[in-house]
Design a protein around this ligand. Structure first.
Ligand code: DC
Length: 227
């Protein structure tokens, strides 16, 4: 394959975006960035520093003061660091999942993270997944994918992920969280999740990991051949 392209992957929660993005990046020798992890890092920061109260009200004034000094880093082995502390596990808890959409709807949070994401992708050779990657972060990406999966499949995937980490949550609670995040993510004022016109849709409900990767690699190949 000749030139390194930019691959933007968007979709609803737990539809398999990150797994596909990770597999694609590995197969192509590209950098993989899970942009959701960056929003989760800010959400964790808000929880740990009491910038969000029990009613979900965010102290915007305080957040604005501290956001400039937040250092979020993702290592090549996908560990997430907040101000040098490894928070890879801490950002995957139901507590963080419960507030992250609220944090991701805040304009100043998005401005800071989008800037960092664009800098990470400057040289191409990147696969980034999220909600606004094809629409805002990399509107000129050579390949844009919009990934979907049925509610039942998404719930089972998220339950399995939580169980593997020793977290217990009922099926109904997991589905509730997914649905409420989808609603918040797709109806917010600031860069809501949308399916852009030039995105290819991939429904992962009935495809295994290898089949999804094979499909996406074919699309990459077509683009690279056309260059
Ligand atoms: O992909 P995820 O579930 O880890 O994302 C966590 C939250 O962050 C999710 O509610 C949507 C939000 N998000 C976003 O608004 N924009 C992105 N590019 C990535 C995630």
């Amino acid at each position: 394959m000749k030139n390194k392209i930019t691959i933007a992957i968007d979709g609803y929660a737990a539809c398999g975006k990150s797994t596909l993005a990770k597999d694609l990046a590995k197969a192509l020798g590209y950098t993989f960035i899970d942009s959701g992890a960056m929003y989760r890092a800010v959400a964790l920061y808000c929880l740990e520093n009491h910038l969000i109260d029990t009613n979900g009200v965010v102290n915007l004034e305080q957040l604005e003061k501290s956001i400039g000094s937040l250092q979020i880093e993702i290592s090549s082995d996908q560990k997430v660091f907040l101000n040098q502390k490894d928070i890879s596990e801490a950002i995957r808890t139901p507590r963080v999942a419960g507030i992250v959409s609220k944090i991701a709807a805040i304009k100043l949070v998005r401005q800071k993270l989008v800037e960092q994401q664009q800098a990470l992708g400057k040289a191409g050779g990147i696969v980034m997944d999220g909600r606004d990657i094809g629409s805002v972060v990399f509107p000129n990406a050579e390949l844009k994918l919009f990934v979907t999966a049925s509610d039942a499949i998404r719930t089972q995937r998220r339950l399995a992920e939580l169980r593997s980490k020793g977290e217990q949550q009922s099926e109904a609670d997991v589905l509730d969280n997914l649905k409420s995040r989808d609603l918040q993510d797709s109806t917010r004022a600031e860069s809501p999740l949308i399916q852009v016109a030039d995105a290819l849709v991939l429904d992962t409900s009935n495809l295994n990991r290898e089949e999804q990767l094979a499909w996406a690699l074919l699309e990459v190949q077509k683009i690279i051949e056309q260059q």
